[in-house]
Structures are given as C-alpha cells and as structure tokens.
Design a protein around this ligand. Structure first.
Ligand code: BEZ
Length: 259
C-alpha cells in the first residue's frame, strides 16, 4: 500500500460526517450495482468516514482508502474492525489483486482521471469490476456560475481557474476507461436535486465545506460577501419552502477489466 498523503483539501471530518450525510446515504443505491459477494476482495476508493465501507463489508473482505488523514482517522474510530489506509487514488498499490473497486462521490475531486484509472486497472483481477458514482457534466452548474459572478463582483479576475473539479460527460469518461482495457457495461447521467441540511444555512454550509479552492487569499469578510451574493443569485432557483437544494448531476459507471 502506498502510504503517501496527498490531500489537496483541508477536510473537516466532523462537519462532513454531521452535516453532509447525504453523500454516503445516496451512495447506498450504488451498492446494489456493486452487489458484493462473500469472500470477494473489494476496495472502497475515497472512503471518507467509512459508512459505505462498512456496508460493503457484509461478507466481503474490504479495505477503505482516502487521501485525507482526517477522514481515515475518523473512519478508524467509527469502524475499528475494518481496514483503512491513507493513500492516493492516483497512485496506490495493493499487495493482492481485487475483485472490485467501488467509489462514491470522490472522482470529481481528481482531474487526473487517467492516473486514477491506471491505478484501478493495475489493482483489479481480469474480469474485476469498477463501480463508481461522481459528479458528471453539468454538476452544480448554477452554483459554479453564481460563485464566478460573486467572485468577479469583489474583483477576482480568474475565478474559472479556481475551479479544480472534474465533471466529465459519459462519452469522455467511457473513452478513458476503454483506452485502459475496460469494457463499460453500464453508464447513466442523471440530475439529482439534493436537499442541503440546516434549512436557511444549507447553501452556506455546503459552500464552506466544499468550495475552499474558490476562497484562496480572501479575507473572512470577503468570504461572507461572496456567500451572501451566491445565496442572493440562487434563491429564486435553488431555495424552496425554507430549504436549499444543490443542482447535482451524477454519473454512474460500471466497467469490467478485460485487458
Ligand atoms: C458532488 O458530490 O457532486 C460535489 C460535492 C462537492 C462539491 C462539488 C461536487
């Protein structure tokens, strides 16, 4: 196992666990596509605080990896009986080949998709499967546009350069998989308007948790101004009856390693 930590983000694992539980709750649907079998060896890639790793672990042998040490520490506290390691999705090595790699709500954080697919391919047996869900083309488009506008309104000139998320189309991602010896047997791009917890504070919480990149170099006062501006722009579209909703668009993929 490659032990290097390369987390580019400063994850608050308690806030993630308490206020963003929808991240793994939605992932439960992906478990049905994974369909883990007893005695299989399965990797949960980007396991966060371990909730889905624990669900996979029914009969299978499972290991969870994440690049954020804070997440792995929390996962170990939550599930001391399971195996968790800090490792980089772009460059991990496991001692024995896997039957399946599972990944929920992680791959949009890593623009170097070819490196990730290469590591996954090397870790799988022939006929092993890769099952993933992540943000697809058009994900959180309204929030991104509102952030660019709000940043420009306070004089930030290069706002789109601050966007490091990777939200590919099905075609783009399937081609990458095929180039590295996978056969794509299932793909689905769909909208999932997602309720954000904490009523009026929902969008501000989400932005504080996930949009750190856009706030580099800003003062606390500027951050508040940006968040308030984003809320004002998005209220007509993403706020309903006291709740905020994020305009998520997801990709689900199943691919088999054939070469
Ligand atoms: C997502 O799960 O699609 C996502 C989460 C945080 C930021 C951007 C996208």
């Amino acid at each position: 196992m490659n032990q290097t930590s390369v987390s580019n983000y400063d994850w608050n694992s308690s806030l993630y666990q308490e206020k963003h539980a929808f991240v793994w709750k939605y992932g439960e649907n992906l478990l049905q596509i994974l369909n883990p079998q007893p005695n299989e060896r399965i990797l949960d890639l980007g396991c966060g605080t371990g909730q889905l790793t624990a669900k996979i672990a029914g009969g299978a042998e499972v290991i969870g990896i994440d690049s954020a040490p804070e997440m792995i520490e929390q996962a170990r506290q939550n599930y001391p009986q399971l195996k968790f390691q800090v490792a980089d999705a772009k460059n991990f090595h496991l001692s024995q080949p896997l039957d399946a790699v599972f990944s929920n709500a992680v791959l949009h954080w890593i623009p170097q998709a070819d490196n990730v697919i290469n590591s996954i391919s090397k870790s799988l047996k022939i006929n092993g499967r890769f099952i993933a869900e992540f943000g697809g083309k058009g994900n959180v488009e309204s929030i991104i546009k509102a952030l660019y506008n709000a940043l420009e309104n306070i004089g930030v000139k290069n706002a789109p350069n601050l966007n490091l998320w990777y939200f590919p189309s099905i075609g783009e991602y399937a081609l990458k998989l095929e180039k590295q010896g996978f056969e794509v047997t299932y793909s689905y791009l769909f909208s999932r308007s997602t309720l954000l917890q904490d009523k009026d504070a929902g969008l501000a919480n989400w932005i504080k948790m996930f949009c750190g990149n856009f706030f580099q170099g800003l003062s606390e006062e500027q951050k508040i101004m940006v968040i308030q501006d984003v809320e004002k722009q998005l209220k007509p579209k993403l706020y309903q009856e006291g709740n905020w909703f994020a305009d998520y668009k997801r990709i689900q993929i199943k691919a088999i390693k054939i070469g």
